[in-house]
Design a protein around this ligand. Structure first.
Ligand code: SIN
Length: 426
């Protein structure tokens, strides 16, 4: 229902009443619509006789009741108006952006559909014709490879049926895994696929959902041809950063600007306009194919002082690929060498990344690294550990033999390996 400045403007006029709203020399006549509790207090929503809903900002507006008009019960909002015929599909998967606080317990639950989320911000319909639907509704720690596959198929379907871009609303905790999985699985992608979330649920006044969502839709219409993550660039509600899917990570548990590009700068920024750098892949035409082949038996193994060698042996018995988060430039305790050697002898690829995240592995500097290289460990260059993990699943799903696995892991398939690590990106 209406609150704050919008309630003041309406002065008790009930939803369902026929009204005229005068603003900036224009008059909007139609039925006053109910306002979602998610909505801000700066807009009133009117269903015009054309069937479209308009959100009118309250400052300088005046509302009058159309006398003698029959009071109608307001219907749920129809699909939002076409903005220049440009379609953006919004696929909901859950997470905080689609959640609400249960004030009885204080816990946050996924509660809103993608349609409800957009209905709460009718002004977004001015940017594009938004087609929203829910693919699933879960917290992102529950995402599994089967969800990535399903999402890749849904994204490809939307793009191949005329969407200019796709926005995926997603929990932030594992958003970078899903972003990477889509980047590897969507072959022939030449349009923007934008993952977006929120650090504060949409029903909180402090929510970052609106700016993130608006920015994501703008990026979905931009000259970009790849998978990206769009989230706040700073603590204030002004600008979002556009991060390449395979170079981004959530680096803070609560801050609005938790997402950072690692080992490469963001691809761009978005405020009132989208500003993209030269590094981006540009928009192009063509069919998108979801290649959803993934070998799920891949493990992400962390090396640290005191780690149990039996744990690695256990993994080697069960998995078809191992990604190690090693120390520094790509090392592990010597106690792990026998397990690694056995894995490689049994045709299980072992890829080395680093717990430092920033910088690249360089296994030629110390004798311990050289030993691992001579065993056949694949250096993960400057790939983030979770990106190498998702990539190894994809590569084991598509490669014919171990030579191809090695070649593909050393090749940048979706911008995950940069040729040089520039000092200024740290
Ligand atoms: C989640 O990742 O699903 C919960 C946290 C969030 O969306 O920020």
């Amino acid at each position: 229902m209406y609150r704050g400045r919008a309630a003041e403007l309406l002065g008790g006029i009930e939803p369902g009443t026929r009204v005229r709203v005068h603003k900036g020399g224009r008059t909007y006549e139609g039925i006053l619509m109910p306002r979602s509790e998610l909505g801000d207090d700066r807009h009133v929503v009117v269903k015009l006789d054309s069937g479209y809903n308009v959100g009118i900002e309250v400052s300088g507006a005046r509302v009058e009741v159309v006398e003698g008009a029959e009071r109608r019960v307001a219907q749920p909002p129809p699909p939002p108006p076409a903005a220049g015929g440009r379609v953006v599909s919004v696929l909901g998967t859950g997470g905080t952006i689609a959640s609400r606080v249960d004030y009885a317990t204080g816990a946050v639950h996924p509660a809103y559909t993608a349609e409800e989320l957009l209905g709460a911000y009718p002004e977004l319909a001015e940017l594009a014709e938004l087609r929203a639907r829910v693919v699933f509704s879960i917290l992102s720690e529950n995402m599994r490879p089967e969800h990535w596959r399903r999402l890749a198929e849904e994204v490809a379907r939307e793009l191949n049926s005329g969407a200019e871009g796709v926005v995926v609303t997603h929990g932030t905790d594992t958003m970078s895994f899903t972003a990477s999985a889509l980047a590897f699985m969507l072959r022939g992608l030449g349009k923007p696929v934008v993952l977006v979330g929120a650090q504060r649920s949409s029903d909180r006044p402090s929510s970052d959902a609106y700016l993130n969502l608006r920015s994501a839709i703008r990026v979905a219409l931009s000259d970009l041809g790849e998978v990206v993550v769009v989230m706040h660039a700073s603590m204030s509600d002004e600008v979002c950063a556009v991060h390449r899917a395979t170079k981004v990570r959530k680096m803070h548990s609560t801050r609005r600007d938790a997402f950072r590009s690692i080992n490469s700068p963001p691809l761009g920024y978005v405020g009132e306009e989208v500003v993209l750098g030269e590094e981006r892949r540009r928009r192009s035409e063509g069919e998108v194919v979801a290649d959803t082949r993934l070998e799920e038996r891949v493990v992400l193994f962390k090396a640290y002082p005191g780690v149990s060698p039996e744990l690695l042996e256990w993994c080697v018995d069960r998995y078809r690929g191992v990604v190690i988060e090693g120390t520094g430039m790509g090392h592990v305790p010597e106690s792990l060498h026998p397990g690694i050697e056995r894995a490689l002898e049994e045709g299980i690829p072992v890829v080395m990344t680093t717990t430092t995240l920033n910088g690249r592995v360089d296994m030629k500097v110390y004798s311990s690294g050289r030993k691992l290289l001579s065993m056949g460990v694949i250096p993960g260059e400057d790939m983030l550990p979770e990106v190498a993990y998702v990539k190894l699943m994809h590569v084991l799903g598509v490669a014919e033999d171990m030579d191809e696995v090695r070649r593909l892991m050393l090749t940048s398939l979706a911008g995950e390996i940069t040729p040089r690590t520039l000092p200024e990106v740290f």
